[in-house]
Design a protein around this ligand. Structure first.
Ligand code: DGT
Ligand code: CA
Ligand code: CA
Length: 572
């Protein structure tokens, strides 16, 4: 559980118990923890918890206890004092303790499922004090809870996939394996993992045994002769299919999906007098096998170029592959520099020189440091004076990095009214500005959109993580993305694809919408430490899912061309 969620839960229970004052204190702490722009783990490590507004000694101790032991004795005790069904209801965001209590007592709703059923039967709407708006809000909230319990971030799935693959290689001696499904297509979140291992039917049981012996398996849901399904701890499920070599390509194609892509491929096959399934592409009239060992061979026999998994969504890729006109999608090696990074001047973990050494090793041609501005107090953001001082430090460091041009940016607060938090004079000293929303996430669509559009008109160069969602933690802000994309086209402000895995903001589907309206992009790590600089390829995956080529992404260009895209504030 997230620390903020933990604090909210405490607040709710205390409120239900009628405890005075305390619930508000926990709520305030929760809110401030939730809007932290950095990882709470880092704040703890640097002993800065009590700098968070609303977090005093008592709450700080609880946060530490939870982060070090994974448990919180105080919450465990509180939970025992409240009926379980009521706790389940209180997990629904937006359902306050009073209403939860009424649903529980008056309507005898004791679980999420019962709440769903009651909503469907309009029992809640017809109950005094609830009404249609409550019903609609609760339906949405219940959906969000279900969603976040079901899907996992691509990053989390990757960690599971890597360790499971290593286990199978060791235990079953198998080397040809592919994680297919949404994972291979690079979706920002995955429902489950779909694993294919190449082995003969004779060897299959050995593979299945090794699979179910994997130490992180919590429950074996199915165990057959060539397939099995398990649930890992904490709850990611994995589907395994053991496939012989001659069908491996057809199986990869089938289980990579998407389902829509498969359906379109199959009907294309039928039109050509073939049948296509997870075993092979065959001729319909006599059943003769045409292809199956590799994907390339199956696509080829259908008259198509091989299609990258990221765009297998039946959004026009099959038609283009038939004409040989698939776009040349962005590659990690196209990225020539990172434009959104932090140092310990604000909330990063290390100093600029350490970050620069790592960036230089990547062979980048330029590196933008974009520490937070003062408006984001929690990160010890910089004011005009400190930016000036940082600029002098950069001038000195530049000599030690002859091949890497250091750019000074700022991740500047977009205030609630759309203004930026430093004056024009301070802004002009910077090479570029990354505008970011870190507050007032709850504004309605019209106000939120106006706020962001205004900032895009005031001389920012990059709009950081435009939707502000955090996978499984915070929903996207209400934003008219088409209007934002149009503004991006008009002003030349780049839309950022933030590669931090719980952000993936923008994610592939949204990237595509913005590209179609003529926006251009920057793919950045948003690194707060050296290892996080490695996130960039995740951003590239989302870019590919949005059909981006190098041409759409500003930080694929050489320095000179890049500089033409930056410096809006300087020229303003
Ligand atoms: P997920 O797990 O919800 O993130 O999404 P996927 O795409 O991994 O879906 P999943 O795990 O249900 O199935 C894996 C692949 O298997 C899917 O991408 C395409 C294929 N597949 C599954 N069911 C069907 C189906 O009914 N028809 C066809 N043509 N393909 C299917
Ligand atoms: Ca899947
Ligand atoms: Ca599956």
């Amino acid at each position: 559980m997230e620390v903020a969620a933990l604090l909210y839960q405490i607040a709710k229970i205390l409120e239900i118990q009628g405890v005075p004052f305390k619930p508000r204190a926990y709520q305030r702490a929760a809110l401030n923890v939730e809007s932290l722009a950095e990882d709470i783990e880092r704040v703890v490590a640097e002993d800065r918890l009590e700098e968070i507004p609303g977090v005093g000694e008592a709450i700080a101790l609880k946060i530490k206890e939870y982060l070090t032991s994974g448990k919180l004795a105080y919450l465990e005790k509180l939970k025992k004092e409240v009926p379980e069904g009521l706790l389940a209801l209180m997990a629904v965001p937006g359902l306050g303790p009073k209403k939860a209590q009424r649903l529980w007592k008056e309507l005898k709703i004791h679980s999420l499922d019962e709440l769903k059923a009651a909503l469907a039967a309009h029992k809640v709407r017809d109950h005094p004090g609830f009404g249609e708006k409550s019903e609609a809000d609760l339906l949405k909230a219940v959906g969000n809870v279900a969603q976040s319990q079901l899907r996992h971030s691509l990053f989390e799935a990757r960690q599971h996939a890597d360790t499971l693959a290593a286990h199978l290689r060791k235990d079953a001696g198998k080397s040809t394996m592919v994680f297919a499904g949404s994972y291979r297509r690079g979706r920002d979140t995955v429902g489950d993992l779909d694993l294919l291992v190449e082995a003969s039917t004779k060897d299959a049981p050995k593979v299945i045994d090794a699979f179910t012996r994997y130490p992180l398996v919590d429950d074996v849901l199915e165990k057959g002769t060539t397939r099995s399904r398990v649930r890992l701890k904490p709850h990611l499920q994995v589907d395994l299919r053991v496939v012989p070599a001659e069908s491996f390509g057809a199986a990869m194609l089938y289980f990579t999906g998407s389902k829509e892509h498969n359906i379109a491929l199959r009907s294309l096959a039928l039109r050509k007098g073939y049948t296509l399934n997870e075993y092979a592409l065959s001729r319909k009239k006599d059943g003769r096998r045409l292809a199956g060992a590799t994907e390339d061979e199956v696509y080829g026999n259908l008259g198509l170029k091989w299609i990258p998994p990221e765009i297998r969504e039946n959004r026009g890729e099959i038609e283009l592959a038939a004409k040989g006109h698939l776009p040349k999608l962005l590659e990690p090696s196209d990225i020539r520099g990172d434009l959104h990074t932090h140092t310990n001047e604000s909330d990063g973990a290390v100093d600029l020189e350490t970050m620069l050494n790592a960036a230089a090793k990547k062979g980048y041609a330029y590196y933008g440091v974009s520490d937070h501005s003062a408006g984001l107090r929690i990160t010890q953001g910089l004011d005009a004076t400190r930016y000036r001082r940082q600029r002098r430090a950069i001038e000195k460091l530049q000599d030690s990095f002859p091949k890497l041009r250091i750019l000074q940016g700022s991740e500047m607060e977009i205030l609630r009214d759309g203004r930026l938090d430093l004056d024009a004079e301070a802004r002009r000293g910077l090479d570029y500005i990354v505008g970011a929303v870190h507050s007032a996430f709850g504004l309605g669509k019209r106000e939120q959109t106006a706020r962001v559009l205004k900032a895009m008109d005031s001389g920012i160069d990059i709009l950081a993580h435009p939707t502000c969602r955090r996978v499984g933690k915070r929903p996207a802000i209400e934003l008219d993305l088409e209007a934002v994309a149009d503004k991006a086209k008009e002003t030349g402000v780049l839309l950022e694809i933030d590669a931090t895995p719980d952000r993936f903001d923008l994610w592939g589907e949204v990237v595509q919408v913005c590209r179609e309206r003529g926006a251009r992009f920057a793919v950045d790590s948003d690194a707060h430490s050296v290892p996080e600089l490695d996130y960039v390829p995740f951003g590239v995956t989302q870019a590919r899912r949005g059909w981006l080529t190098a041409r759409h992404v500003a930080n694929t260009q050489p320095l000179k061309a890049l500089l033409r895209d930056l410096g809006h504030a300087k020229r303003a």
